[in-house]
Design a protein around this ligand. Sequence first.
Ligand code: CA
Length: 140
Amino acid sequence: MGFLRQDCGSFTEAFRSASFVSGLEMARILVVEDEVKLRNALTSGLTEQGYEVVAVDDGQAGLAMASDGAFDCLLMDLMLPGCDGLEIVRTLRSAGDQTPMLILTARGEIEDRVLGLDSGADDYISKPFSWAELLARIRV
Ligand code: CA
């Protein structure tokens, strides 16, 4: 089994019809994840949910992309080549970027690295996570 638990079919249906009824514009999400399987799963899953997804595999590329592009949400791994997720958040926040930012972490990393640091991220998601959890936290 991979990183994602496909356990929320009814949620997905409800989400789809809600999006359809409200007629919201497609939200753009930047995914920064170096694990290819998870990156591909996030890209295809979020695209299926109606999001426009841009995915990169490196922290520097993610930071550059986030600085240039207009995104409604940033979803990034904590441990990344180039620069890590917390560094991306801090850099963008200090430049005044108010985009919602979510950080994916492996279990254990939150306690060690994140708590007590005021990185400016909006939320943290522990891997493995479910689609329901992820979509509820994206909120865009
Ligand atoms: Ca990683």
